[in-house]
Design a protein around this ligand. Sequence first.
Ligand code: ADP
Ligand code: MG
Length: 174
Amino acid sequence: MPVLPVSPLAEYRFDLPDESATDALAARFAHAYGDQIAPAGLHVHLHGDLGAGKTAFVRATLRALGHVGRVRSPTYTLVEPYQVGSLAVHHFDLYRFSEPAEWREAGFDEYLGTPALNLIEWPERAEGVLPTPDLSFAIDVVGDGRCLRAVAYSDTGRACLVAFATSPEDARGV
Ligand code: ADP
Ligand code: MG
């Protein structure tokens, strides 16, 4: 995890024992975003090793927002933009960056200039260039399942996180 210049405003952990749990959490996130946050847009960083489930979470988010059709991992294209109804979603994967300056060289700042849901895999690869996210999700492999730690760094991020973390059975504040 990169060192971020602001203190976390809220933090929750979610146990995700199987992929259906990931899908369900992503759906709750998508609905919180679509219902309350979309006019402002949201920047989300997704941390985790290869195979942790970052793309799986993004895919489930897009489906829950109403996207029909494929969700390709942007491993080679670096970014996949979506328009889902009135919502703009940009899915980045910066794994192949060799240095953070590539973010600016690629013109990706433009994507952050308008209200959109920006979901960024491997933000570490553009450390120092990316703005502080509203939310960061860190996914760890735990046995056969996963654990997702969600941290809010802005009021918008906290509002979204609190909205989708309200189910007491599978979320606990830390
Ligand atoms: P990443 O983008 O982090 O490299 P992917 O999303 O491409 O990883 O792959 C994640 C893999 O983990 C997929 O095979 C997916 O089916 C699986 N997966 C996702 N969530 C869970 C979970 N909660 N428990 C177990 N497996 C999961
Ligand atoms: Mg991925």
